[in-house]
Design a protein around this ligand. Sequence first.
Ligand code: PLP
Length: 399
Amino acid sequence: MSDKSQFLSYGRHFVDADDRKAVDTVLRGDWLTQGDTIARFEATLAEAVGAKYAVAVSNGTAGLHLACLAAGLDKNDRSLTSALTFVASANAGLYCAAQSDVGDIDPQTLCLSADAVKSAVAKHANTKVIIPVHFAGLSADVKAIRAAAPDALIVEDACHALGGQDADGNNVGSCAYSDMVVFSFHPVKPITTAEGGAITTNDKGLYQKLMKLRSHGIERDVPQLMEPDQGMDGGECAPWYYEQQMLGFNYRLTDIQAALGLSQLSKLDRFTQRRREIVKRYDQAFADVNYIKTAQNLPHQRSSSAHHLYLGLFDYMALGLTRTQVMQRLRKRNIGTQVHYIPVYRQPYHKQRLGDVADQFPNTEEYYAQALSLPIFPNMSDDDVERVITAVKELVRQA
Ligand SMILES: Cc1ncc(COP(=O)(O)O)c(C=O)c1O
C-alpha cells in the first residue's frame, strides 16, 4: 500500500547505501576536489552516452554558459532557444553579452521547432548558437534543426534527458547532430550529484577550451602553453608553472559529487526503465479519462524519452476548477504537482528585453494554458502511481 501520509513530489532523487558509501570513500581520502574521481566520472559518462569527451561542471547552468563561451558567442551574436524551458537556457546567451532569442515549440514534441529555427536564422544571420531543449526528457529533432541552421553551433540542453535516445536511436549526449550537449544533475534530474552538470562533445578543440574555461582559464599542459620559455627551469618546464590564457571561472565539480555521480550513473538504466514503466501505466490509466490528455504522444519517441517529467494537459474549464484548485486538491492528498514552465517571454526580466510577445507563440501558449506535471521518480512504487491515478480520476468524476 502507498503510504498516504507520504508526500509524492513531482520529482525527487533516489540515493541509496551504495551512493552514500561511494561518497564516504572520497570523504576519507586525500582529495575532496581536483582528484581523480572527476576524471573517472567524466570517462564513464562519455562512454555511457557515446561521446568522445565529457567535462564535469558545477551545475547545468554553468555548463550552458561554458558551452556558449566555447562556441565563441559574444556581443555581436545571437543565441536561440525554446520559449518553453527553464530560464537558464535563455540566460546562457545573455551571460556572453549576446542577444538571446526564443522560438515557438513543435506542438507534438513540445521542443523548439525546426521551422522556428529556420525563420530565426533567416531574420538574424548572426544567430551563432542554437540551444534546443529536450523538454521533459523527449529528444528535440536536432537533425532537422541542424539542417535548418547549418552554419550555427548547436548546444543541446539535455538537462532533462540523460538516459534517453533521439528518434534515430542515438543516445542523448552522443552529439550525433550537435556540437555540445549539456546535462544537469540537480536532484530531480535523471541522476543527481546534488548540484552538478556536464558537457559532452566529440570536438577536441571545444573540449580543451571547456576544460580551461571551467577552471579560471588556466592551462597546465606543457604542449598547450603560450609562453613555455617563461616556465623553463634548468632545461625543463617547472612543475609549478601554469598560465591563465583566457578569462575563465571556477565551475568545477568536487570529487565528493563525482563519486555520487559515478554511483548514480551505474543505476541510470534502472532509473530510466522505471520511469518508462510509470509513464506506461499513467498513459493507460488516463487514455479514456475526460478532460485530461497526455502530451508528447509520438509512440516511437515516447518509448525512447528519458521521461524526466510526466506532463498532463488538463481542460480546467471543463473540470470547473482553476489550475490552482486542481493543485490544491491534489496537495491535500499529499500529491505534488508543478507547472513546467512559465514561458521564458512571460518572465518580467525577459519581457523587458523581448517585449510583450506572447501572441507570437501560439503553440507554447496553448501548452502553457493546460500544463500540469504529475509525480514521477524512480522509486515511486506501483501503489504510489495508483494513488495519483485514483486522485486524478476522482477530480474528473466530481466535475
Ligand atoms: C531545461 C533546463 N536547463 C537548464 C537547467 C539548469 O540546470 P542547473 O539547475 O543544474 O543549473 C535546468 C534546471 O532545472 C533545466 O531544467
